[in-house]
Design a protein around this ligand. Structure first.
Ligand code: HEC
Ligand code: HEC
Ligand code: HEC
Ligand code: HEC
Ligand code: HEC
Length: 197
């Protein structure tokens, strides 16, 4: 099992919760599955100026550099449908609360944001996350086909080093030329009808 590292990092209390709640698909994910996170321990920085961060401001300041980087929670723990569905999906609050009914946060800035997670849960008002990557409706992008061939650690190829991002922003253009050049490089079909309905 490859989870021991990041579970140990989160401590025994949390490990109990995690072991029982990890979706099967996530268990094959590598720690720091976005690439680059494996190796030297990563310490997420303290951020006082959020205005300078890339990407949209989300309703809760959820940090990938804390979860996926510092605490090494595998990408697939939260985005567990990535390998089986054309939509990786954003995790339900249920996934968060498994840890956050116990973890209240160390720094005061963390405590404030985690409080929002708990309130959203008790009010049954899931956060309205702002979608960042979005292709036009006439394009077909089967996410799972890519993961199957490129691997569960391939996230960084298209999304950049999400595990060091405090706030997610789009790093690839997602333009047709970007898709087609990788398909050409990897000898994947470039038929118009494969990507266009
Ligand atoms: C603890 C749960 C959790 C983990 C672990 C996690 N994510 Fe996320 N991810 C989220 C949530 C919640 C959002 C929506 C809020 C946001 O955009 O930050 C999100 C958003 C994203 C988005 C933007 C989606 C969009 O709207 O386009 C990408 C890309 C992404 N994650 C990739 C990754 C990658 C790659 C990893 C591993 C390095 C990872 N995530 C690990 C919970 C998680
Ligand atoms: C596997 C356990 C785990 C899961 C699942 C998890 N978290 Fe966390 N989260 C942590 C840990 C550990 C910290 C760091 C706590 C500290 O030391 O302040 C943290 C910190 C946070 C913080 C404060 C730091 C930051 O990211 O801004 C927020 C907000 C947060 N989590 C929201 C969420 C949300 C929303 C989800 C679900 C999408 C989620 N967490 C899922 C373990 C988890
Ligand atoms: C070949 C490029 C590629 C790879 C590899 C890739 N993605 Fe994506 N991802 C995309 C594109 C393109 C979109 C936008 C899809 C759309 O709008 O239909 C996207 C969308 C997403 C979203 C938002 C979808 C939603 O439902 O809100 C998440 C989350 C995400 N990817 C996570 C991941 C994770 C985690 C990995 C690694 C396991 C990964 N991606 C690997 C290209 C990629
Ligand atoms: C990093 C390289 C890479 C990028 C970028 C990429 N793809 Fe792919 N694509 C692949 C690979 C590898 C496959 C898997 C081929 C297979 O299943 O053998 C694939 C398969 C596909 C398929 C299924 C093909 C089939 O035979 O049914 C579609 C559709 C597709 N990609 C669309 C896109 C679109 C749309 C984009 C841009 C938004 C994109 N891809 C970007 C590498 C890439
Ligand atoms: C690997 C996937 C892929 C293949 C193959 C592909 N396209 Fe696209 N195409 C896209 C994506 C993604 C977009 C949307 C982003 C953009 O406009 O660059 C797009 C956009 C377009 C647009 C709209 C451009 C605009 O400015 O609105 C046209 C027209 C188009 N494609 C025609 C074609 C034709 C004709 C072929 C075959 C020769 C083809 N595409 C092959 C991925 C693909």
């Amino acid at each position: 099992m490859t989870n021991s590292g990041w579970q140990a990092a989160l401590g025994v209390v949390c490990a109990g919760v995690l072991a029982s709640s990890i979706p099967a698909a996530a268990q094959s994910g590598q720690p720091g599955g976005g690439g680059g996170g494996v190796g030297a321990p990563f310490k997420a920085p303290v951020i006082s100026d959020t205005a300078s961060l890339g990407g949209p401001r989300q309703p809760i300041f959820f940090r990938h550099d804390v979860h996926a980087g510092q605490d090494r929670i595998p990408c697939l723990y939260c985005h567990y449908t990535v390998a089986v569905s054309s939509e990786p999906g954003i995790p339900a609050l249920q996934t968060c609360i498994g840890c956050h009914q116990i973890i209240g946060g160390s720094a005061p800035s963390h405590q404030v944001e985690i409080q929002k997670v708990r309130k959203a849960w008790s009010d049954r008002q899931p956060p309205q996350w702002i979608r960042i990557h979005a292709l036009p409706g006439f394009v077909r992008f089967p996410h799972q086909r890519h993961i199957k061939v490129l691997g569960t650690n391939a996230c960084a190829m298209c999304h950049g080093q999400v595990d060091t991002m405090a706030q997610v922003s789009q790093v690839s253009t997602l333009r047709m030329g970007w898709c087609v050049s990788c398909h050409a490089e990897r000898k994947v079909t470039q038929d118009c009808t494969v990507c266009h309905y």
